[in-house]
Design a binder for this molecule. Structure first.
Ligand SMILES: Nc1ncnc2c1ncn2[C@@H]1O[C@H](COP(=O)(O)OP(=O)(O)OP(=O)(O)O)[C@@H](O)[C@H]1O
Ligand SMILES: O=P(O)(O)OC[C@@]1(O)O[C@H](CO)[C@@H](O)[C@@H]1O
Length: 306
C-alpha cells in the first residue's frame, strides 16, 4: 500500500488577477478551489494513474472537512487525524504576470494528535511505500520526518521525501528511496547557486553520500536530472506546452515517477513518466488526469504499465 503524509494540508484558492497591484483593490477574472498539500497532491495523481493510496495527515475545522470530502470525491482514500482547535489553512495562489503564492501557517498540532498519527504509521511494514511531503507547521519540531524514519527504520518500507533544508538533510541517514529537491532547493542546502547540469549532478551525489538512494532534481521548464543508487545519471527535457498552473507540478512528478517505478522497476521509464506527469499538470488548471499525462508521453503508455 502507498501512504502519503501531509503535515500541513490546505485548500488551494487559485485566482487569476490580470494586473495585480499591491495597495489597490484587485478583482479576479477566474477563481477555483482545489484540495492541496504536497502529499495529498501525490495521492490525487497516483489515483489518476491507477494506484490506490491512503492520504494521512491532520484536518481541522470546516476547511479540513471540506478538504477531506474533496479528496474522497477525487477517488482518494483518507485517514486524517482530526484536530480539536484551529483551522486547516487556505493557501492563495495568484496567477498574474507572474505566479505568486501565499501559504498559510496552519493549525497547531497537539502531542495527542501527533501520537495518533504515529500510531497509524506504526502499522506500516514490508512492501509499503511512504511519501513524506511538504513543510511542517512551526508548532512541530524540525526533526519530525527524522523521527518517523527512525521509527520505521529496518521495516523494508520505501520512503520518498519531498522537503527542503534540514527537514530533508536530517533524514538522509535513514536512506530514503527517493528525494526530490528542485535545483534551487538543492543549491540552498549547500549555500551555493547551481549554474550547470554538472554542478547539479555533483551536489545530488553529495546527498547520496549523506545516505539518499535516488535523487531526482526537478528543474521546472528545464526538465529533471536523476542520479540513481546504481550510478545512472539521466536527464530528461520536458515536453513543450503552455504553463497554466505549475502548482503541484513537483508533486505530480513524484506520483508519475513512483507509478513508473512500481509498474516497471525501470528508473529511466520512471523518470520519463515523472517528467511527463509534472509537465502535464503544469499545462492544465490543476493536477493532470491520466489522459492528459499519456498525451505527453513519447512512447506508448503500455510501456509504463499504464
Ligand atoms: N514551465 C514548465 N514547462 C514544462 N514542464 C514543467 C514546467 N514547470 C514544471 N514542469 C514539469 O514539472 C516538473 C517539476 O517541476 P518543478 O521543478 O517546478 O517542481 P517543484 O519546484 O517541486 O514544483 P512545486 O513545488 O510547484 O510543485 C519538472 O521537472 C517538469 O517536468
Ligand atoms: O507550504 P508547503 O507545505 O511547502 O506547500 C504547500 C503547497 O504550496 O504545496 C502544494 C504544491 O506543491 C500546494 O497544494 C500547497 O498549497
Amino acid at each position: 500500500m502507498i501512504y502519503t503524509v501531509t503535515f500541513n494540508p490546505s485548500l488551494d484558492y487559485v485566482i487569476q488577477v490580470d494586473d495585480l497591484t499591491l495597495g489597490e483593490i484587485n478583482r479576479t477574472t477566474k477563481e477555483n478551489i482545489y484540495p492541496g498539500g504536497k502529499g495529498n497532491n501525490v495521492s490525487v495523481v497516483l489515483s489518476n494513474l491507477g494506484h490506490k493510496s491512503r492520504a494521512l495527515g491532520f484536518k481541522a475545522g470546516f476547511i479540513g472537512d471540506q478538504l477531506e470530502a474533496m479528496l474522497n470525491d477525487f477517488g482518494c482514500d483518507t485517514d486524517f487525524v482530526p484536530l480539536e482547535n484551529g483551522m486547516t489553512r487556505i493557501n492563495v495562489k495568484v496567477k498574474s504576470t507572474e505566479e505568486s503564492e501565499i501559504n498559510g501557517q496552519g493549525p497547531a498540532i497537539t502531542k495527542e494528535a501527533l501520537d495518533e498519527l504515529f500510531g497509524k504509521l506504526d502499522k506500516l511494514g514490508k512492501g509499503d511505500v511512504l511519501v513524506l511531503a511538504g513543510s511542517i507547521p512551526n508548532t512541530l519540531p524540525e526533526d519530525i520526518y527524522e523521527r518517523i524514519m527512525e521509527k520505521l527504520d529496518g521495516r523494508d518500507i520505501q520512503i520518498v521525501v519531498d522537503a527542503t533544508k534540514d527537514l530533508l538533510l536530517n533524514v538522509l541517514k535513514y536512506h530514503p528511496f527517493l528525494i526530490k529537491p528542485n535545483n534551487h532547493e538543492l543549491g540552498e542546502m549547500f549555500g551555493v547557486k547551481l549554474q550547470s547540469d554538472d554542478e547539479i549532478v555533483l551536489y545530488a551525489k553529495k546527498l547520496q553520500e549523506k545516505g539518499a538512494r535516488n535523487v531526482l532534481v526537478s528543474m521546472a521548464g528545464d526538465g529533471a536530472i536523476l542520479v540513481t543508487e546504481d550510478g545512472m545519471v539521466e536527464k530528461t527535457l520536458p515536453p513543450k506546452g503552455q504553463v497554466v498552473n505549475s502548482v503541484g507540478a513537483g508533486d505530480s512528478m513524484v506520483a508519475g515517477f513512483l507509478t513508473g517505478y512500481l509498474n516497471t522497476g525501470d528508473y529511466k521509464k520512471a523518470l520519463q513518466l515523472g517528467t511527463a506527469t509534472g509537465s502535464a499538470s503544469a499545462f492544465v488548471s490543476w493536477l493532470a488526469t491520466k489522459e492528459e499525462i499519456t498525451a505527453l508521453l513519447t512512447k506508448p503508455a503500455s510501456e509504463y504499465g499504464l
